[in-house]
Ligand binder design. Structure first.
Ligand code: SF4
Ligand code: SF4
Length: 167
């Protein structure tokens, strides 16, 4: 659902605090890393391109996708149309490449039971659940998805998360 919509993710100026009608967000929040919305999880490792040793070239959500994303190397303050920023990755790592939270997700090489190796995205404890990785994942449906309100301490050790494994 989330990935099919054109939206703006992970504002880094925290204007949401001023706009929030319920006061659920407050001024104790000073950094994007403190806004915990959920947790990314590799819900469909079977479709993850990295695990299949596959890359991706082109527009992750298609040429007509309306979604906006901040590319800080282009303009920190002005979200850009994702379709204007195609990618070319030998092994897919787009979720890590575009994650706005430093260290929230990494690509790690792992070994299967038969000795063959593969790359997999691994989510770490500072993931905020912002949704960028789900939006930019190029497969249908997204291999990595946000579990709303899920907390890190309830998930550690699952596939695609720190300490997790596939195959
Ligand atoms: S892009 Fe994904 S991994 Fe990175 S913080 Fe957002 S939800 Fe977590
Ligand atoms: S963007 Fe999607 S397909 Fe690519 S490595 Fe991340 S989860 Fe896998």
């Amino acid at each position: 659902m989330l990935a099919s919509k054109g939206v703006i993710f992970s504002c880094d100026a925290l204007q949401c605090i001023l706009a929030c009608p319920t006061g659920a967000l407050d001024h104790k929040i000073e950094k994007p890393e403190q806004v915990l919305m959920g947790l990314a999880e590799l819900t469909h490792p079977d479709t993850c391109l990295a695990i299949k040793n596959m890359g991706f070239k082109g527009h992750p959500r298609g040429e007509n996708y309306q979604g906006l994303l901040r590319y800080s190397e282009v303009d920190r303050w002005k979200p850009q149309l994702m379709r204007e920023h195609p990618v070319d990755r030998e092994i897919c790592d787009i979720c890590q490449l575009l994650c706005p939270i430093k260290g929230a997700i990494s690509m790690e090489q792992k070994t299967k039971g038969d000795g063959s190796s593969y790359w997999t995205p691994v989510v770490h404890s500072n993931c905020t659940g912002c949704g960028v990785c789900e939006m930019v994942c190029p497969v249908e449906e997204a291999a990595i998805q946000i579990i709303p309100w899920k907390k890190w301490q309830d998930s550690n050790g699952k596939d695609g998360q720190e300490g997790g494994h596939v195959g």
